[in-house]
Ligand binder design. Structure first.
Ligand SMILES: *Cc1c(COP(=O)(O)O)cnc(C)c1O
Length: 462
């Protein structure tokens, strides 16, 4: 450690007299200038203590300060490159939106709009009217309403149809999704009483029937979207539950989780129950997410029989959980793609990425490798088969054949490369496995190839 260098570090007071700092104070909140100065001094102090630098000038300090300040003025929430190969990555914002959704958002957000104005009657209208028709067309349901997310949808449905009453649920379906959505907790907030029936692996029709009494509000079915129980298992088929509901005059509710609106088994995936199937089989109310396999914005969509949806719309909670205009615009834009199945597969990024052909992914990986020519010599780049996941708690056992770029360096440990990619101006999210960096190309966008190439090239020789 160089003590002279430590002594050379400027004090806060000195820096505050620098011209560029005075300038910065004119154009920025004082608190972010001070923070940037402190972080600058701290960075240099640490670098000196670690013997990372041999010398520095005032200009170096000012340039680092300006870089930090500039960063603080930019939004924290920003684009990242998804090299994880997980299409619906909950940590990376789940689904990315199609152009139709984006154009609709810009149009609605930049202008006044008819959010709650009925253009035919010339008086106050309902914000839900805009998408109710298209949701009904696509799902075959009698009515629909949309709220903030699926967690809110489940809570709202239970609160409306089962407050202070019992909701009968199979023990095998008391799921936790992503740590923050747990059926028993959601139920507590909705003021429905949980009535667990059956066992973890097997629940029979009589388990439901034996527990129906005058306190029963609803029968709830939860799609175990993010896990699979194998072996000696049994779930009651929807048709039988529906029959039981009719016999005792109790609504059957289904939380289907990922809102699949297409039968993806036609394209080689395992069969994932679709919203249309549940409606057709007679489920009274179905709830699902807008940003999972549907490929739209965060939203909770509730579809079903009109008499129940009408009650849900009148619940005061709906006001608190309501969807905003930008989400509505994005959701409507996304749903228009579904009016033609082939168009949906082409235009909705989540579906398009899920269905990408391995040969096409191989070509993309090769293209990425070509762009990496000229990167520092200590890196080696290889293309290998890989498996991507759908993500977002959808199709947990499904591994889709993909291709990945695998990166190794004989000088830099993989964990350090991973950290550098993550702190890139446009962060690149990659996996580390067996001492290698793995960048699955499935969820990359066209422009991401250049971003990755540039990041490796700027890592320099060591
Ligand atoms: C994802 C999921 C939820 C939560 O949906 P959000 O839209 O994230 O609120 C609830 N239930 C099931 C079965 C799910 O898969």
């Amino acid at each position: 450690m160089n003590k002279d260098l430590l002594r050379k570090l400027p004090k806060m007071d000195e820096l505050l007299e620098e011209k560029s700092v005075l300038n910065a104070l004119d154009n920025n909140m004082r608190v972010i200038v001070m923070e940037s100065l402190r972080e600058t001094i701290e960075f240099y102090r640490k670098s000196i203590l670690k013997d990372d630098i041999e010398d520095f000038s005032k200009e170096d300090i000012m340039s680092y300060f300006n870089k930090i300040l500039e960063k603080k003025r930019k939004p924290n929430l920003k684009k990242v490159v998804n090299g994880a190969g997980i299409v619906i990555h909950t940590n990376l914002g789940r689904s990315i939106l199609c152009d139709e959704a984006l154009e609709n958002v810009i149009d609605v957000a930049k202008n006044y709009n008819n959010l709650e104005y009925d253009l035919i009657e010339g008086k106050r209208g309902s914000r839900y009217s805009h998408i109710e028709e298209i949701i009904k067309k696509i799902t075959g349901a009698e009515a629909a309403v949309v709220v903030n997310n699926n967690a809110a949808a489940v809570m709202l449905v239970l609160n409306t149809l089962c407050e202070d009453k019992e909701a009968i649920v199979s023990r095998g379906q008391l799921v936790e999704i992503g740590g923050s959505f747990r059926i028993p907790e959601v139920m507590k907030f909705s003021r429905a009483k949980l009535m667990e029936v059956g066992t973890t692996n097997r629940t029979h029709l009589y388990d439901y029937e034996d527990n129906i009494n005058e306190n029963t509000g609803v029968l709830l079915k939860v799609h175990t979207s993010n896990f699979k129980i194998m072996g000696f298992t049994e779930e009651v088929p929807i048709e039988e539950l529906v029959e039981l509901g009719i016999k005792y005059d109790k609504p059957i509710i289904e939380d289907i989780g990922s809102g699949v609106l297409l039968d993806l088994s036609k394209y080689g995936f395992i069969h994932e129950p679709t919203v249309q199937e549940s409606i057709k089989k007679g489920i009274d109310v179905v709830t699902f997410s807008g940003d999972k396999m549907l490929g739209g914005p965060q939203a909770g969509i509730i579809v079903g029989k009109k008499k129940y949806i009408d009650r849900i719309k009148k619940n005061q909670l709906t006001r608190a959980l309501r969807i905003d205009k930008m989400t509505l615009a994005a959701l409507e834009g996304t749903l228009t793609c579904y009016l033609d199945e082939k168009e949906a597969l082409k235009r909705v990024p989540t579906l398009r990425m899920m269905l990408l052909d391995p040969e096409e992914l191989k070509r993309r990986a090769q293209k990425l490798k070509r762009k990496l020519q000229g990167a520092p010599k200590h890196f080696s780049f290889n293309i290998e088969k890989d498996f991507s996941m759908v993500g977002g708690g959808s199709m947990p056992t499904e591994k889709i054949e993909s291709y990945a770029l695998k990166v190794k360096s004989d000088k830099v440990p993989a964990s350090v490369i991973e950290e550098k990619l993550r702190s890139n101006t446009i962060p690149i999210i990659a996996r580390v496995y067996n001492g290698e960096i793995i960048i699955d190309v499935r969820a990359l966008l066209e422009e991401d190839l250049d971003i990755i190439a540039k990041a490796f090239k700027s890592m320099g020789e060591v």
